[in-house]
Ligand binder design. Sequence first.
Ligand SMILES: Nc1nc2c(ncn2[C@@H]2O[C@H](COP(=O)(O)OP(=O)(O)OP(=O)(O)O)[C@@H](O)[C@H]2O)c(=O)[nH]1
Ligand SMILES: [Mg+2]
Length: 296
Amino acid sequence: MRCGFISIIGEPNVGKSTLLNTVIGTKLAIVTPKPQTTRHRILGVKNLPDAQLVFLDTPGIHRGKTRLSRFMMQAVDEALIDPQIVLYMTDANRSPYPDLAFLRRHLRQPDVTVFWLLNKTDRMASAQLLPLIDDFPDKDAFAEVLPLSALRGDNVGALVDCLVRYLPESPAHFPPDMPTDRDERFLIAELIREQVMLRTHEEVPYAVAVEVEEFRERRDGGVEIEASVMVEKASQKGILVGRQGQMIKAIGTQARRAIGGLLHCPVRLHLVVRVRRNWKEHAGTLRTLGFGEMRG
Ligand SMILES: Nc1nc2c(ncn2[C@@H]2O[C@H](COP(=O)(O)OP(=O)(O)OP(=O)(O)O)[C@@H](O)[C@H]2O)c(=O)[nH]1
Ligand SMILES: [Mg+2]
């Protein structure tokens, strides 16, 4: 048996969460075309007959000044404390080269195995790929360099096979029926936030946080969920609610479907939009959203 932690890092929007979902085969992390979609470290367990691969999806590497941003970057930092393997993912079409200085600053154990994954190869001609990799002077810093398409699954099987070879012999860390460490409330809040991010623009997607306040199982087998959608300003609340409540209604309908797919039961969803000024700086609010204490 082989087992180990595999951290997926990289700039925002390169496809880290897409890879997690493709490898695990279920949607554990939300995905949108907007950068900074993921805000937490999300664990996903892949069980094979003779191996258990424990993936950590992380927020995109960015420089932000808010306390929320610092927590997001702390999640990246924590995923780099003690992994067996790091997958440094880049978008082969946009900025294809990993930031080795960042990696060296953040890796606690410098001899960790690091792969360079060039994602979104479905968007480029394969003839462009090899010269691109060849041109990178530090490519020897990586144990493996793998082009792939997380979206289409191209080369993802080869990646998994390769990962197994690098993992140490070890018993499984997690029971076989535990795909993630996140609870249903977290996944539900994320599915709601995904719909908000997909339907809003400019600063609004980034002004929003979602908290599940009530989760009740009904006697008929369905569930009843109440969630608050937090925004920073009254003007953002206006946008989210929309004319005659159309926007929040559309968000609710899509989110309800997605949550039904997750829970496999009928869902009633009540969304309330609340203005909570400066929530990105508010330690108590951030704690309820799952951002722990900053390490000293
Ligand atoms: N064409 C193509 N698009 C992809 C691929 N992988 C991901 N995407 C798209 O890229 C966008 C970002 O994907 P995510 O998985 O959310 O990226 P991420 O790295 O997790 O982003 P953050 O959470 O913001 O750091 C989405 O629109 C995905 O559908 C791929 O292999 N090919
Ligand atoms: Mg993500």
